[in-house]
Write a new protein. Structure first.
Length: 277
């Protein structure tokens, strides 16, 4: 049974995505936030749609958005259920004119993802799911298909990685993977679409040994978990979203629960003791 809040959130995510399109490929002005990340009028337009819509949907559920995150830890620690929102994930992709940006909304309870919705404004596709509900993609024409991760690579291990964010640790891990998996193909994808490609069975692994924030991952983690995947920190524990002073995630890997190569890969990662977030 699908969670009763998924359908109205799908509508909100679609509306927020539509609010970004007038600014896409339109030489939109770019400002720099205090953390040096870019923000545009499209980010703010999508945020306004989501913030108002989520409060109207259920005013008892607080909203934590990338564009409105100056909320004291003492207040957030009192929350048991909240929305975790990235109004425009992949702002650098958006600025470049790429279609690989998304609108992300996750419902969190006690630090766990209940479900997530990832909208792709340019294609009007919407990915959604959660560990208890499965995972699905609703296309622009309204057709809905279920999503399932593949448990074994096809001819090669397809590894998704960020187009614009890496680190020495990330590059070192990719080199070690290439040594252990000679048939390896690296796929550079923007925003939360990395998780969605995995959920669709188009990729096998997403290691992220570079900074991300909670709103970057929560919604797509819901989709991935619904499709049979896991997101684990480098100690092999599930990625969670309990209130903390910083919104930064630890380094993580996303992979199928039933992958035939899963245990050997996690053992390999555990030996990279020098890598810490």
């Amino acid at each position: 049974m699908i969670h009763p809040l998924i359908d109205p959130v799908l509508e909100l995510v679609q509306a927020a995505g539509q609010a970004t399109l007038p600014y896409w490929q339109a030489n939109v002005a770019v400002q720099t936030k205090a953390d040096a990340s870019p923000v545009t009028a499209a980010d703010i337009a999508a945020h306004k749609v989501l913030a108002a819509g989520l409060v109207a949907l259920d005013a008892s559920i607080p909203v934590l958005s990338e564009e409105d995150c100056a909320i004291a830890l003492s207040e957030r620690q009192q929350w048991t259920r909240w929305w975790l929102v990235d109004p425009l994930d992949g702002t650098k992709e958006f600025i470049s004119g790429s279609a690989e940006y998304t609108v992300n909304v996750a419902l969190i309870e006690h630090g766990q993802v209940v479900f997530g919705v990832v909208g792709v404004p340019v294609s009007s596709a919407n990915y959604y799911g959660g560990a208890e509900f499965g995972a699905f993609c609703r296309d622009a024409d309204g057709a809905t298909r279920s999503l399932h991760m593949r448990s074994a690579p096809h001819d090669e291990l397809a590894v998704v990685a960020s187009k614009r964010h890496s680190s020495p640790e990330q590059e070192a891990l990719l080199e070690r993977l290439a040594e252990n998996f000679p048939a390896l193909r690296l796929v550079n994808v923007g925003s939360s679409l990395k998780f969605c490609q995995m959920a669709e069975g188009a990729a096998d692994l997403y290691p992220r040994l570079a900074p991300t924030s909670q709103w970057d991952t929560a919604a797509a983690q819901g989709v991935l978990e619904g499709a049979g995947g896991q997101v684990l920190n480098l100690q092999g524990q599930p990625l969670t979203y309990a209130a903390q002073e910083s919104y930064l995630n630890p380094f993580f890997v996303a992979l199928p629960q039933q992958a035939v190569w899963r245990e050997s890969f996690l053992a390999h990662v555990s030996r990279i003791t020098a890598i810490t977030p």
